[in-house]
Design a protein around this ligand. Sequence first.
Ligand SMILES: [Zn+2]
Length: 413
Amino acid sequence: MQTRTQRPARPGTTLARRSVAAAAVGATSGAIRQAHGPESATTDRKAAGRMAADCPHAIQRPWVQAAWALVAVALACSAAACSGSRPSGAADAAYSSAAAGPSAAQPGDSGAAAAPPAAQTGGFDGTRAWKYLETIVGFGPRPPASANIHREQKYLASQLRSFGCHVSTDEFHAQTGVGPLAMENIVAEIPGKNPGIILLLSHYDTVRLAGFVGANDGGSSTAILLEIAHDLCGRPGPLGVWIAFLDGEEEQTNFTSEYQAQTTWTANNNTYGSRELAARMDLSGDLKNVKALMLSDMDGDSDLHIMRDSTSTPWLENLVWSVANRLGYSRYFLSSPMSVTDDHTPFLQKGVPAVDLIGNIGPITPEASFGIYWHTLQDNLEHCSAHSLAVTGHVFLATIQALDDKFAPAHHR
Ligand SMILES: [Zn+2]
């Protein structure tokens, strides 16, 4: 990938530059169709977290079948009312896994007070992560190319540098549904003693909806990865760890209602930052060194349920779930599979082992697979907790250690 240690000036000429990802989209979409069936299946995703009542979503099967079932769904439902699908099994699993042990945060707990000491969460400081989250949310709505996201970008880069991270930035322009937008990926690179790389991802932009601050969707994962960078920068491990903060994950449409924001997901009008990063790392040759990719998305809810994405790489997902079980967090990790298109997807398409740790925003119901506050103005700090940030961060750190053990045996360290 393009590496710069300083934030470059924004010359006017860059406006005309197409992003690498945009150029690569045509080449990758064919692969999607091959893997998932007809083109309509490529519009499944995330956006279907809210399902139209008249759409018969009852997909509880492996992803290949799910993709074909989506074709039937697409035929049965109008595109506007039902642009994709999430299996209803997710909601059922959430209900059945709701019983929490004595050490669990209770629904409704929120704020730094709920964070366990860092010593109990592998060194991950949930209280410090919560402070990052408060700062990020304090910038207000952060859609791509907004004044607020520019403030957030400066904050992220300066924090990472203050941790001793080597920071690379990639500024690119994306042709989006609302016109050309300047976007920026920010990557902290922690070198390893071996050539292999563990890649961590979070998007830091928020939905293009007036008043939407994205405490959980965009905020929580960014705060978690900032704290991981704080813990790992300056401490090279057996494998390199790259921590990428991605722009432009959300659908680039100027939404006029929460319902519209919950039901609109257009092929190739989202995941701009991840497509850019995947394309750049492919060109630079770094991609082939990525041993595992872990994506954090919406992992801050005070009653956390992390979904089991059926498109993720099985061995890696199993590893994460086994680490979570070992740490006593099984109540937060659902077992029912579902299919999610997210920032890990462009990397999966290029053969990178990847797992999406995608959580919920508010209570999950059959009509709201991502939770009732997903893509609403209720996605605020009140519904997040430092405890959930700490649980997720702990699992990330422990999985990194497990990956070190797997790919860099002791005699290679
Ligand atoms: Zn979102």
